[in-house]
Design a protein around this ligand. Structure first.
Ligand code: BES
Ligand code: MN
Ligand code: ZN
Length: 498
């Protein structure tokens, strides 16, 4: 979609559709009032007759509004004014964009971006509007032979901001929002691909393409390279599959040459059958999403490169399938990780930590300022936090706060969980340095505690996105999370968030 910023009066817009808001009960926003004045109370008449109460989620398309230059006016119900926060704002933009797309408007001029949102700046409103708009029209139909085409799809959106808030700041927020939206779309597209298409080799190809498009260095480590590095924990997972494992390394150098990089590590299990500890059949298809961590860090580096963020960013993606082949690990097998620590594999379905631990050991080679891994790591995290917040773990409280704040600002929230040493006890093994599982209780915490044993040399955080990376049910699909959180964290670091 094409986006632009402008300021001006709603009644003077030459546009297929002007979008304005109505609060509940029946309260016109400023822009709606301006139209109403120009239209000799046409809108207030409609509202008085009961066609638009202002309830959140309601919409009303009005044609031939006198005194205006646009083809139609779209009224968006905003809910109660005092409850108008992040969520209500994003919902309003989403329903505006969906309605515009479905009602034959080629372009729309949106005044919702002028409405104050609690705690948020005009730049925030514009950035968020661009992200939500792209997501509202997103479809994944590349495997449908008949695509249900929108007859006259929305092509161009103009966000209106008050000139006093600064048009330059709005323009910058818009390009940030567009870059984040592109990163999200990349992550969603990769994640929605089926496991027979999105293999580790496919992820490696995708990484090479991102690198070629954006002046990013890319290196793909093959099985032999990993063996030479001693990554036997990672390789033990790959042995159950016919697909070749890959360790993807991307380096974006937008910062000063002596500046230490942020390293993002994404779990790239392109299908998780559980291995010999096979998963039950129901919903097993969703384990194609076990590479959402990988998809999100690839989306993030692309977004960062798109806006030429002045930081150094390295992305590591350990990628493999987890399958029950003849060479697969057996429960009870012991492997030696790259760090030298030995691991007793009591459950082959706890494979994420087995591939991440070697990638996290490898991360130290980049002399990182900060390392953040992102993984669909545990079903237990879904039980703990549902589908709203990602699990956040960190060995450094400053980093935990920064990520929490970034998630809040991005409306892509994370909630911190403990990494106390008491939990480490649960990983004891009679035969090796540790077991790869800690029993049923506190499953997302023991998984994070396992990773913590490999991240002692640097400042580190872990995001468990098992509950947030995709949606199940009727609107099954990837969400692109936590690209928004990660990008807000990086923008803030680079001093690019107002
Ligand atoms: N990829 C899964 C985690 C997962 C499960 C994410 C369901 C989203 C939905 C991970 O590899 C896994 O299987 N974890 C096990 C760990 C257990 C064996 C200790 C789990 O959560 O059941
Ligand atoms: Mn698993
Ligand atoms: Zn997994």
């Amino acid at each position: 979609m094409e986006f632009s910023i402008k300021s001006g009066s709603p009644e003077k817009q030459r546009s297929a559709c002007v979008v304005v808001g109505v609060f509940e009960p029946r309260k016109l926003t400023l822009a709606a009032e301006l139209i109403d004045n120009a239209a000799r109370s046409h809108l207030s008449d409609i509202i008085r007759r009961g066609d638009m109460e202002g309830k959140a989620g309601s919409t009303l398309l009005v044609h031939n509004v006198p005194g205006t230059l646009c083809d139609r006016v779209l009224l968006i119900g905003l809910g109660r004014e005092k409850e108008f926060g992040d969520r209500a704002y994003c919902d309003a933009i989403r329903s505006a964009v969906r309605t515009l797309n479905e009602t034959g408007s080629f372009d729309g001029t949106v005044f919702l971006t002028e409405i104050p949102v609690r705690k948020r700046s005009a730049a925030w409103r514009v950035r968020q509007a661009a992200i939500v708009a792209e997501q509202a029209v997103y479809r994944f139909d590349q495997f449908k032979s008949k695509k249900d085409k929108v007859r006259r799809p929305l092509r161009k959106l103009t966000f209106v901001v008050d000139r006093r808030n600064g048009l330059a700041a709005a323009e910058e927020a818009l390009s940030q929002g567009q870059a984040i939206a592109e990163g999200i779309a990349l992550a969603m597209n990769l994640a929605n691909l089926p496991g027979n298409v999105c293999t580790p080799s496919h992820l490696a190809e995708a990484a090479l393409k991102i690198a070629a498009d954006h002046k990013i260095d890319c290196e793909i480590l093959e099985r032999e390279d990993m063996a030479a590095l001693g990554m036997d924990s990672l390789l033990s997972v790959a042995r159950g599959s016919r697909e070749a494992p890959k360790l993807i390394v991307l380096q974006y150098k937008g910062g000063k040459s002596d500046e230490k990089p942020v390293v993002l590590v994404g779990k790239g299990v392109t299908f998780d059958s559980g291995g010999i500890s096979l998963k039950p059949a129901p919903e097993m298809d969703e384990m194609k999403y076990d590479m959402c961590g990988a998809a999100s860090v690839l989306g993030t580096i692309k977004a960062a490169a798109l806006i030429k963020l002045p930081i150094n960013l390295t992305v590591l993606v350990p990628s493999t399938e987890n399958m029950p082949g003849g060479a697969a690990s057996r429960p009870g097998d012991i492997v030696t990780s790259m760090s030298g620590q030995t691991i007793e594999i009591l459950n082959t379905d706890a494979e994420g930590r087995l591939i991440l631990c070697d990638a996290l050991t490898y991360a130290a080679r980049f002399d990182p300022d900060t390392v953040i891994d992102v993984a669909t790591l545990t079903g237990a995290c879904v039980i703990a936090l549902g589908h709203v917040a990602s699990g956040l773990f960190a060995n450094n409280d400053t980093l935990a706060r920064e990520l929490e704040n970034a998630g809040d600002e991005a409306y892509d929230r994370a909630w911190q969980m403990p990494l106390w040493s008491d939990y480490q006890e649960l990983l004891k093994s009679p035969f090796a340095d540790m077991a790869n599982i800690g029993g049923r209780s506190g499953g997302s915490i023991t998984a994070a505690c396992f990773l913590a044993r490999f991240t002692k040399k640097y400042v580190w955080a872990h995001l468990d996105i098992a509950g947030t990376a995709w949606k199940s049910g009727a609107d099954k699909g990837a969400t692109g999370r936590p690209v928004p959180l990660l990008m807000h964290y990086l923008l803030k670091r680079a001093g690019k968030l107002g």
